[in-house]
Design a protein around this ligand. Structure first.
Ligand code: GAR
Length: 194
């Protein structure tokens, strides 16, 4: 019998994939009826590919070779193949089109390395560090058609320490990114169990 309460998600990532790995590990150990059967990556050399494979999760590489529309059509076809309804962006460095966002309305989640609405864009830690903010943070939010403008789900803050370099500053933030995604997954697990 079909399990209608199951929540099936995919992770979309472009780079190192440490958030993706954190998400996959958490779902594999504490996921309940939340499942992640697929990772999609848009960069053929990205370390996330090997990370996903080491956790036995298939990683489909879907590069942008033509138009954004063609790439997104291929992404949707892969998502449909695995019956995916939720999307967790984890360092996915591409802007999704309004049509794509509308197709998964309210079910695309993104982690961003700043306290939005401060420092949107692709270098949140660098921008916050260079701006010398005394406190920075990370944001988990729903994706809408804007750039890092969707409704905020949760934020965590961390202080900038006097001895911080950009690397130590980023490393502290990354730990909070992992926590935010794990906590969100825990909420979905409860929802799927209800
Ligand atoms: C993370 O810091 C994530 O918040 C950021 O990319 C990094 C990916 O690291 N995302 C963005 O800046 C999105 N605008 P990872 O590949 O090790 O998870």
């Amino acid at each position: 019998m079909a399990d209608n309460n199951k929540i099936i998600a995919a992770v979309l990532a472009s780079g190192s994939g440490s958030n993706a790995e954190n998400i996959l590990r958490h779902v594999q150990t504490h996921g309940g009826r939340v499942e992640i059967p697929l990772v999609i990556c848009n960069k053929p050399e990205a370390p996330i590919i090997a990370r996903a494979e080491s956790l036995s999760v298939p990683c489909r590489v879907i590069e942008r070779t033509g138009t954004k529309k063609e790439q997104e059509t291929a992404i949707i076809a892969a998502l449909d193949e695995y019956h995916v309804e939720w999307i967790f962006l984890a360092g996915f460095m591409a802007i999704l089109s309004p049509d794509f966002v509308a197709a998964y309305d309210g079910r695309i989640i993104n982690i961003h390395p700043s306290l939005l609405p401060q420092f949107p864009g692709k270098d949140g830690y660098g921008d916050a560090f260079r701006a010398n903010v005394p406190v920075s943070g990370v944001t988990l939010h729903y994706v809408d058609a804007g750039l890092d403008t969707g409704p905020i789900i949760a934020q965590k803050t961390f202080p900038r320490l006097e001895a911080d370099t950009l690397e130590t500053f980023r490393a502290r933030g990354m730990q909070l990114e992992y926590e935010l995604y794990r906590e969100f997954i825990d909420i979905l697990v409860q929802r799927a169990a209800a």
